[in-house]
Design a protein around this ligand. Sequence first.
Ligand code: 16G
Length: 240
Amino acid sequence: MVDKNSPLPIYYQLEEEIKQLIKTEQLKPGELLPSEREYAEKHHISRMTVRQAINNLAAEGLLFRQKGKGTFVAEQKFEQNLQGLTSFSEDMRARGLKPSSKLVSFERIEADEKLAANLAVQVGAPIFKIERIRMADQAPLAVETIYTSEKIVGNMTREDFAPSFYDYIENTLGFTIKHANQEIESALANEKEIKHLQLDPGDPVLLIERLTYLSNDEPFEYVKSAYRADKYKFKLHMPR
Ligand code: 16G
């Protein structure tokens, strides 16, 4: 409830009230929010103040607007722990969701200098380049381009590869995956990402580059992924 005698700005109090309703699922993902007018009348505050609160929550990704329809509650973001090396399939199953992939392309190419350096192979060595859309309960979350060397995965087919790459590496080929180095940065979605992730021009994505190693410290995959920024947040425990 808004308290006009509180030192906290009214828009902020309203933000906290709406956040609490989302957290306790009294406002559920996909639900239409009451109109600015309703909030203004209920709390005896100006529509400008209501708009400010709603703008802030939309900027935080908790709400989203649809032209002509109103403001809706967004899906809660996935929290991705940055400690521990997990596969997409494992992450989704741990959340009770069904992982799946849609293959965009599967090619055998020759390593250029950058790939050769990343995957510790000779320039020109055979590399698999696989592009796929990663989905949870059929909703697209990321587009991923994986480079892996034939030297390690052998004569891999697209059927071997789907549905889980890490499962193929560990359980079919019998390797142990040991560690990875990862970089994360933000960007605006490019045309391909807009198409595959059902985004609008100007929407942000989180770009992740990962280089993953086997137990003998040999790199076996170099991955570039774009994750929907409205669906992901990354979390890290930092002991001092
Ligand atoms: C994740 C990894 C990717 C890995 C894939 C394996 C990131 C940024 N990427 O998407 O490197 O190839 O999992 O998943 O985390 P899978 O075993 O389900 O195919």
